[in-house]
Each structure stands twice: as structure tokens, then as C-alpha cells.
Ligand binder design. Structure first.
Ligand SMILES: Cc1cc2nc3c(=O)[nH]c(=O)nc-3n(C[C@H](O)[C@H](O)[C@H](O)COP(=O)(O)OP(=O)(O)OC[C@H]3O[C@@H](n4cnc5c(N)ncnc54)[C@H](O)[C@@H]3O)c2cc1C
Length: 308
């Protein structure tokens, strides 16, 4: 008989790993896939302070704890990049980039999250990953004792700016609106002596010849004053883009590329479920991703049972 999984979970961030835990505990035959190390965006998060019961711990530690939990329960995991999902009557085929490997499954949970959005201004492509970074926890140490600019004013921008202010000489925050993050985090950032905030600014370009030298921006206020801040590095946090290209032909995405789900995490295709940041939702956090994963696994298990 052909080897068929009950549930294949695409993406091993908090949503996918929680889905795996709930699915295997519902006696499902589960396969968890990720193109990178398990953990998703948690791996790039310096400190997590708002995951219930966990106190303050590093994102990487939380990622390891969650993955260990899946392994203690016997969840099968593989490093694979999913590029297509074909929907048959009761059996779906998940196709991966690596050697065009395919897996047969009765249900699929899509938990592929998001990647950072880019500004698309002059100089960005030239200095990407060589002066401009999207991950302070990965690249911040390179700028110890140097000057950096953080672009954005939301939770990620403010949290990462706080982290950078602890290691860099000067941190300038350039944001299109005012700081919109958690008020406590904004207060903490503003109280740091080496931090300057430039609100209501539109980034025009990244300057530099041999290396990144600065950020030029213009006020969105009536005066439209231009300003150039010199720096050694830039960290961009201007929003997220859904990792959903592989699922476009399923007809389950909204205009922004996020997966439309109902309250039970069902998409409009029977047997295909969504969970976490990839779905249309208001609050993208670890705790909400985990909650989505639990609901999606519960719904997927009910769906698989209904086929028997
Ligand atoms: C800098 C930063 C700081 C943050 N700080 C906090 C915080 O303090 N507290 C908090 O609660 N939240 C925080 N968040 C948000 C939180 O990390 C996310 O909401 C959460 O990780 C979303 O989980 P997820 O499982 O939906 O997606 P992700 O964590 O994005 O995981 C998705 C996974 O899918 C994989 N994947 C994508 N496409 C494919 C594919 N085609 N095939 C196979 N695998 C694929 C990716 O490699 C990834 O591992 C932060 C986010 C950032 C960026």
C-alpha cells in the first residue's frame, strides 16, 4: 500500500510545531517540513517576554524547547522546501524543491509564516546583507561600538532597536509614522541615551560608494525637509510579506497573499488548513501562532477521521 501521511505540516515555526504536537497526540501520522532550521522567526528574536508562563527567554531557546517537545512525541521532521500542493479527491500531493520529492497526505496544514518586506529604494539592493540587515540578533554584533539606523516604528523595530542600543554607539530610528509599538517598549527605547527617533520620514535612498555610508530621508510634513544620517549599518523592519507563492494556485489567498481561514483554521479547500502568521489575522505573535496551530491540528484530525 502506498505510504500516506494523515497530516503534512509545512513550516516548523511556533504554529507548525504546535500543530505537530496536537496532531500526533490525536494519533495522526504526522510529517513536519521546513526549508530551514525549526523555530521560524523565533530564531531571530533576541528576547521573548510575552509568551505565557515562560518569563523572559531568548527566542532561540524557546524554539529549541518547542522542537524538542515535538521530537519527544515522535514527530517526523525533514528539511524540505515545499513548492506545490496538488489536491486530489481525498489524497493531496506535497511537492518539494529538493529532488522533486513528493509526499502523499490526507490533510495539509500550511504554517509558512512571513518574510520581511523591503523598501525598494535606491541603494537597498546594493547593500542588502552587506550593510543592510533584517535581523539584529543575527547581524547586530558586527556593529558593536558603531552607528546604526533602524527603519520602522512597530513592535519588531522597537524591540530590535532596544537590543541594538545596548551594543551600538548610536541608534537612529527612522519611521514613516510615529512609534506604534507596545507603549512600554516605546518608553524604554525613548529613555535610552544613545537613541534618536525621526518620526514621519520617508526613506529616499541608502548612500555610500565602497561601503554603506548613510540613509537619506524626507519629512512627510509640509516642510518636506531632507536629512542624511550617517551610519555603518541599517536594520529594516517595515512589515511582512506572506510566504505563500507555492499555494497561489489553490485559490485560498487574499490580495496580500495571506491564507483566508475560518475560525477552525479551514481554508475553502477541504483538507487544507492554515495557521500562524501566514493567515489573515490581526495579531501576529508566538502565542497566537501556537493557538492557531492547535486549532488547525484539531480540525485537520477531525477531517482525517471523517474520511475513514
Ligand atoms: C524581529 C522579531 C521579533 C519578534 N518578537 C516577538 C516577541 O517578542 N513575542 C512574540 O510573541 N512574537 C514576536 N515576533 C513574532 C513571532 O516571531 C511570529 O508571530 C511567529 O514566529 C509566527 O509563527 P509562525 O509559525 O506562523 O511563522 P514563522 O515563525 O515565520 O515560521 C514559518 C516557518 O515556515 C518555513 N517556511 C516558509 N516557507 C516554506 C516552504 N515553502 N517550505 C517549507 N518551509 C517553509 C520558514 O522557514 C519558517 O521556519 C517577532 C518577530 C520578529 C520578526
Amino acid at each position: 500500500m502506498e505510504n500516506i501521511y494523515d497530516i503534512v505540516i509545512v513550516g516548523a515555526g511556533p504554529a507548525g510545531m504546535t500543530a505537530a504536537i496536537y496532531a500526533i497526540r490525536a494519533n495522526m501520522r504526522v510529517l513536519l517540513l521546513d526549508r530551514l532550521s525549526p523555530g521560524g522567526q523565533m530564531i531571530n528574536t533576541n528576547e521573548v517576554e510575552n509568551y505565557t508562563g515562560a518569563g523572559r527567554l531568548s527566542g532561540a531557546d524557546l524554539a529549541i524547547k518547542m522542537f524538542e517537545h515535538t521530537q519527544e512525541l515522535g514527530v517526523a521532521f525533514d528539511y524540505k522546501t515545499v513548492v506545490d500542493i496538488a489536491v486530489g479527491d481525498a489524497v493531496k500531493t506535497v511537492t518539494c524543491e529538493e529532488d522533486a520529492t513528493t509526499y502523499k497526505t490526507r490533510a495539509v496544514i500550511l504554517a509558512t509564516g512571513t518574510v520581511p518586506r523591503r523598501l525598494n529604494v535606491p541603494g537597498e539592493a546594493k547593500w542588502a546583507a552587506n550593510g543592510i540587515s533584517w535581523c539584529a540578533i543575527c547581524d547586530g554584533a558586527q556593529y558593536r561600538g558603531r552607528d546604526v539606523v533602524v527603519i520602522g516604528g512597530g513592535n519588531s523595530a522597537v524591540e530590535e532597536a532596544i537590543y541594538l542600543a545596548g551594543i551600538c554607539t548610536r541608534v537612529s530610528i527612522v519611521t514613516l509614522f510615529d512609534l506604534t509599538a507596545d507603549p512600554k517598549a516605546c518608553d524604554r527605547l525613548r529613555s535610552m541615551p544613545n537613541v534618536s527617533v525621526y518620526p514621519y520620514q520617508d526613506v529616499l535612498e541608502f548612500t555610500g560608494e565602497e561601503r554603506l555610508a548613510g540613509v537619506r530621508f524626507k519629512s512627510t510634513r509640509e516642510d518636506a525637509t531632507e536629512c542624511l544620517v550617517t551610519c555603518d549599518g541599517v536594520f529594516e523592519y517595515i512589515g511582512l510579506q506572506a510566504c505563500s507563492e507555492a499555494f497561489a494556485r489553490l485559490g485560498i489567498l487574499d490580495r496580500s497573499g495571506c491564507i483566508e481561514v475560518d475560525a477552525r483554521m479551514r481554508t475553502r479547500v477541504p483538507g487544507i488548513f492554515g495557521a500562524g502568521d501566514i493567515t489573515v489575522k490581526h495579531l501576529r505573535q508566538i502565542v497566537t501562532a501556537c493557538a492557531d496551530g492547535a486549532v488547525a491540528a484539531n480540525s485537520a484530525a477531525s477531517y482525517v477521521e471523517s474520511l475513514r
